[in-house]
Design a protein around this ligand. Structure first.
Ligand SMILES: *Cc1c(COP(=O)(O)O)cnc(C)c1O
Length: 342
């Protein structure tokens, strides 16, 4: 039985579910899967995740589909990205099979929290890896904990797929050119809180960062990658300090499948004036189309939608990706894990 919740209005907060799944890393190896019904982690006060930011996370979703089954999107890609992050901040890599098994287990154990098909709500999956070993000197921990928990989240676009305004922020960076921007670590998020608050306070949905070295090229938009559309081409920034988004990689493939050209290269901020459409992409929204981007420092505004409606290419890509995630279009790229539940 599924939970009786007001699915359209549950928002994006944390909601308790029944179980989470854990693996401990001790004595140089990962242990067996453990299932917990506790929302808490007993931890040493000198754990490296608390002091030196030795932690990383992932984010993906499970979808209840029309055919009754549950689908998870590109879970192997999230496993690979977490492994890359682990190499980046010297944590032991969790093997893909263990990662995938934990994600599937967490979804299966909390099935009653997966929002029904057509509510627009989904089950958000949060894998987390933290250094739990005690250290006072700056060194990697000897012990780690990997957890997967899930929580139902409401539809991103409550009133339907729509555009929102973005603002360029130059006076803060979320990541340094040779820093940890390409890894999914909490530290990048701590670094982005002030810029994000400032953008929200000014009425924008999100801040846009430029490359930290020259402040010439677009990096990304808060916790989402940027893309622009012009001349039947999908253009997205190439930079060492952006997080490689699974959604963006999927959109690049779909754009190519639809006969568009795809370019991954530096995108100067002024190039915004030439784009027919622009958007931010990530697991939460799939695509968040931009109404406009304000560059307050330069006194410029770049408009992509006059009536608030998303452009035709954003709309097409959005529906295409959603259809694949829900098993309504053939999964020709092998992106989807189906959990039979009929
Ligand atoms: C997670 C994340 C994204 C989006 O990645 P997806 O895999 O598409 O969800 C983009 N930028 C940042 C900084 C992120 O942390």
């Amino acid at each position: 039985m599924s939970e009786e919740l007001d699915w359209a209005n549950i928002g994006f907060g944390y909601r308790k579910t029944d179980y989470n799944v854990r693996y401990y890393y001790r004595d140089g190896k990962w242990g067996e899967m453990e299932i917990s019904s506790s929302e808490y982690i007993p931890m040493h006060m000198a754990a490296t995740c608390l002091h030196y930011g030795q932690e990383c996370f992932e984010g993906l979703k499970a979808y209840r589909c029309k055919d009754g089954n549950i689908r998870i999107f590109r879970v192997e890609d999230n496993a690979a990205r977490m492994q890359s992050t682990c190499r980046g901040i010297l944590m032991p890599e969790l093997p893909t099979e263990k990662f995938k098994a934990a994600v599937i287990k967490a979804v299966e154990l909390n099935k009653r929290f997966i929002p029904p098909y057509e509510t627009g709500a989904t089950l958000y999956i949060r894998p987390l890896l933290i250094g739990t070993g005690a250290q006072v000197g700056v060194h990697p921990a000897q012990e780690y904990l990997f957890i997967v928990f899930v929580t139902p989240v409401g539809p991103y676009f409550k009133g339907g797929f729509a555009t929102t305004p973005y603002v360029v922020i130059r006076h803060y960076d979320r990541a340094a050119p040779l820093g940890t921007g390409c890894f999914k670590v909490g530290g990048n998020y701590a670094a982005s809180l002030r810029a994000n608050k400032e953008a929200h306070d000014k009425g924008y949905s999100c801040e846009m960062y430029l490359d930290a070295r020259e402040k010439k090229y677009i990096d990304e938009a808060g916790a989402a990658n940027f893309f622009g559309i012009k001349n039947n081409t999908f253009i997205t920034p190439k930079s060492d300090s952006i997080l490689p988004s699974v959604t963006n990689r999927s959109l690049m493939q779909l754009a190519e499948d639809l006969g568009m050209k795809v370019e991954r290269r530096q995108v100067p901020i002024e190039e915004l004036s030439t784009f027919e459409e622009a958007g931010a992409c990530g697991t939460a929204a799939v695509i968040s189309p931009m109404e406009r981007v304000d560059d307050i420092d330069e006194g410029k505004t770049y408009v992509f939608s006059k009536d608030g409606k998303p452009g035709p290419v954003c709309t097409k890509l959005y529906h295409k990706l959603l259809a694949i995630q829900h098993g309504e279009e053939p999964d020709v790229h092998g992106w989807v894990t189906v959990i039979e539940d009929k």
